[in-house]
Each structure stands twice: as structure tokens, then as C-alpha cells.
Design a protein around this ligand. Structure first.
Ligand code: FES
Ligand code: FES
Length: 155
């Protein structure tokens, strides 16, 4: 399979890449751009560990081919903080110790950012519903809910 040329803008920086048509966005981010904050959990769109923002929308990097992201703006967890200042959602997850092993955390944080972009003041049911595609095998759901509740007040 011959490689295809694509352009991605990732965390504000442009990249021209030659990718295989069957490479996922997650593989390209992790293996070509060394952005390993997006994790591979299930690899089949069930866990949310690979969540990134595509033009501001939360997507599963394991389900999307890199060629489908051609010309798009991608945000990964590495792109959220501004210099030394954590993004308010990152800070809220820290404030509420909303993780244990943290494998799921980048995906949860990016899904939370997308949720608040869509609805800055979601009620608890909406938070639970929106984040239902992100799984935490450590069971930090209570603390995660508290973190998101803090964000809706902060943002
Ligand atoms: S690794 Fe993509 S959804 Fe689980
Ligand atoms: S904190 Fe371990 S999987 Fe969520």
C-alpha cells in the first residue's frame, strides 16, 4: 500500500506527513508525532482512552484513519495547557483527584472540554451521558463528576 501525503495541524503546529492509508489517527499521533497522551485501550471505539479533539469535536483516534483527518485541526492533551498554566479542566481533575492510574484521564479531559464547548453549564445527567463513552477501570467516576461540576462553575 503506497503512502499518502496529508497535512495535520496538531496543537497549533502544522505537519506534513506521508501515511499509510490504513494507519489510524491514533497511530500517527503516537508513532509519528510522539504525542503519547492519547492512549490505546480497546482499539475498537469502546473505551475513550484515545479521545482527541478534531476541529473541536471529541473523536476516537483509534477509529479514525489518519487520511480522514487530512486538513483538520487536532488537539491532544499535550496542547491544552498554555505555557505553565494548566487548562481549567486539567486543574479541576487535579483538584478533585479525579484519577488513580490516569490511563483514561487524557480522554476524559478532552471529552470534558468538548462537552463544555457545546454546553458550558451541563446538568449532572448530561455530564454522565456525554462522558458515557469514556471508561475508567479504576472507577474514579465520582471524582470525575465533581471535577466537571467545578468546571461548569469556572468556565
Ligand atoms: S482505544 Fe479508542 S476507544 Fe478504546
Ligand atoms: S484512573 Fe485508571 S483507568 Fe481511569
Amino acid at each position: 500500500m503506497s503512502n499518502e501525503k496529508i497535512t495535520l495541524r496538531v496543537n497549533g503546529k502544522g505537519h506534513e506527513l506521508a501515511v499509510s492509508p490504513d494507519q489510524t489517527l491514533l497511530e500517527v499521533l503516537r508513532e509519528e508525532l510522539n504525542l503519547v497522551g492519547a492512549r490505546e485501550g480497546c482499539g475498537i471505539g469502546m473505551c475513550g482512552a484515545c479521545t482527541v479533539l478534531l476541529d473541536g469535536r471529541a473523536v476516537s483516534g483509534c477509529l479514525m484513519l489518519a487520511v480522514q483527518a487530512n486538513g483538520k485541526e487536532i488537539t491532544t492533551i499535550e496542547g491544552l495547557a498554555q505555557e505553565e498554566q494548566l487548562h481549567p479542566v486539567q486543574q479541576a481533575y487535579l483538584d478533585h483527584a479525579a484519577f488513580q492510574c490516569a490511563y483514561c484521564t487524557p480522554g476524559f479531559i478532552l471529552s470534558t472540554v468538548a462537552l463544555l464547548e457545546e454546553d458550558p453549564n451541563p446538568d449532572d445527567d448530561k455530564i454522565r451521558h456525554y462522558l458515557a463513552g469514556n471508561l475508567c477501570r479504576c472507577g474514579s467516576y465520582g471524582n470525575i463528576l465533581e471535577a466537571v461540576q467545578q468546571c461548569r462553575q469556572d468556565i
